[in-house]
Design a protein around this ligand. Structure first.
Ligand code: 5GP
Ligand code: MN
Length: 329
C-alpha cells in the first residue's frame, strides 16, 4: 500500500518501540536519515534504536548518535512495534529483515524501489531520503535541534554531491538552510567525510592505473579483479575521476572484494544507468546506480560492458543523421 506523508507520520507517531534501518554499505543519506528520525522519535519519549547490518564508516562518527548504531547480533532476535526501512527496498537491509519481528514501513526516494513493502512512502522526485524526513518533521511541527540538523544536512549534502548534482532542487536548498538555522555545521561534516588514511589515497592511485575508455570514449571504467583488489585498500573517489573525463557519458567501477562477487557503481550524465543496474538485480537512480554480479571477472565485465553499450546505443550517431537524438537531462 502506498502511503501519504500524513499517513506515514501517523504510523511513526503511534508506535512505541521503533527500530530504524537502512541499506548495507550505508552512505550519508542512509545514516543521516536514520539518525534524524531516531533523534526526533527519541525526543518524543519513544524507545528507538538504529540497526544496520554493516559498519558505519569512520567519517560519519561526527554525527551525534552514530556511535550507537549497531549491527544485528548473531542469532539475535528483536521485537518492536515498527521497523522503519529508510533509503532502500527491503531486499537491501541484510540480516535485519530476518532478525526483526515488527510491521514494516518503508520510506524511500529510489524510483527503482521494488514496491514490496506492505506500507511504502516513495517519492522519486526527492533528492535524498533526508529530504523526505525533513518534510515529515516539518509536517510534525518543524522542530529541529542540532543533532537532527547535522544528520539531515549530511543526507541532503551527500546525495546531491554537496548540492552540485541535477537532483538538487529548491526544497533541498530550503531544507539545508533550515538545518543551518538549527545548528548544522557544514564544514565539520565535510571535513570529517573528506579525511582518509594515506593508504586509501595510495590505493586510489593504484586503481587509477586500471582505468579505460570504450564506446568511442563515451564510456569509462575501472574493472578491478579480486587479485588487483588485494593490493588496493579502498577506491573512494575513483568513480568521480572517471565521470569527469571529457566525452564520458557513463562511468563504471566494477570491483571484487570477495572472490566471485563483483560490486558495481555507475554514474551517468543522461543515459539511464538504473536500467542497467536493474538488469543485474540492482537499482538506484537514472544518473547513479549500482548492483552486485556473482560471476567470474571476465564474464561479469563482458556482460556489464554490453549492457552499457546498449544503454548508450539509442544516442549513437547514425550515419548521415549524426546527432539527431537528444539526451534527456
Ligand atoms: P553507489 O555507487 O554510490 O554505491 O550507489 C549509487 C546509487 O545506486 C545509490 O542510490 C544506491 O542506493 C544505488 N545502489 C547501489 N548499489 C545498489 C544495489 O545493489 N541495489 C540497489 N537496488 N541499488 C543500489
Ligand atoms: Mn539516498
Amino acid at each position: 500500500m502506498r502511503l501519504t506523508l500524513e499517513e506515514t507520520l501517523a504510523i511513526l507517531q503511534e508506535s512505541g518501540k521503533v527500530i530504524i534501518t537502512s541499506h548495507v554499505n550505508p552512505d550519508g543519506d542512509a545514516l543521516g536519515s536514520c539518525l534524524a528520525l531516531a533523534h526526533y522519535l527519541k525526543d518524543r519519549g519513544k524507545d528507538v534504536s538504529v540497526l544496520i547490518d554493516d559498519e558505519v564508516p569512520k567519517g560519519f562518527l561526527v554525527l551525534p548518535g552514530a556511535e550507537k548504531i549497531t549491527a544485528p547480533g548473531e542469532n539475535e532476535h528483536y521485537l518492536a512495534d515498527l521497523l522503519v526501512v529508510l533509503d532502500a527496498s527491503l531486499d537491501r537491509i541484510g540480516k535485519v529483515g530476518e532478525a526483526v519481528s515488527a510491521p514494516v514501513v518503508n520510506i524511500d526516494h529510489h524510483p527503482t524501489n521494488d514496491g514490496k513493502a506492505e506500507r511504502l512512502y516513495l517519492d522519486g522526485e526527492r533528492a535524498a531520503t533526508a529530504e523526505i524526513i525533513y518534510q515529515l518533521l516539518e509536517l510534525a511541527g518543524g522542530e529541529f535541534d542540532k543533532d537532527i540538523a547535522m544528520a539531515l544536512y549530511t543526507g541532503l549534502a551527500t546525495d546531491t554531491g554537496f548540492f552540485r548534482f541535477s537532483n538538487t532542487n529548491p526544497l533541498t536548498m530550503r531544507a539545508a538552510a533550515r538545518m543551518l538555522e538549527a545548528g548544522a555545521e557544514p564544514h565539520v561534516i565535510s571535513e570529517s567525510l573528506e579525511q582518509r588514511p594515506y593508504s586509501h589515497v595510495k590505493g586510489l592511485a593504484d586503481a587509477l592505473q586500471h582505468i579505460e575508455v570504450w564506446h568511442g570514449g563515451r564510456a569509462a571504467g575501472a574493472f578491478l579483479s579480486y587479485e588487483t583488489m588485494e593490493g588496493i585498500e579502498a577506491t573512494d573517489g575513483l568513480i568521480e575521476m572517471l565521470r569527469v573525463i571529457e566525452g564520458v557519458e557513463i562511468a563504471v567501477v566494477m570491483k571484487y572484494k570477495e572472490e566471485g562477487k563483483a560490486r558495481v557503481s555507475m554514474r551517468s550524465k543522461g543515459a539511464d544507468v538504473s536500467a542497467v543496474a536493474l538488469q543485474f538485480g540492482g537499482g538506484g537512480h537514472v544518473k547513479a546506480a549500482g548492483c552486485g554480479i556473482e560471476k567470474p571477472f571476465e564474464e561479469a565485465r563482458a556482460m556489464l560492458q554490453a549492457a552499457i553499450d546498449a544503454a548508450l546505443a539509442p544516442t549513437d550517431p547514425v550515419a548521415g543523421d549524426a546527432g539527431s537524438a537528444g539526451e534527456e537531462k
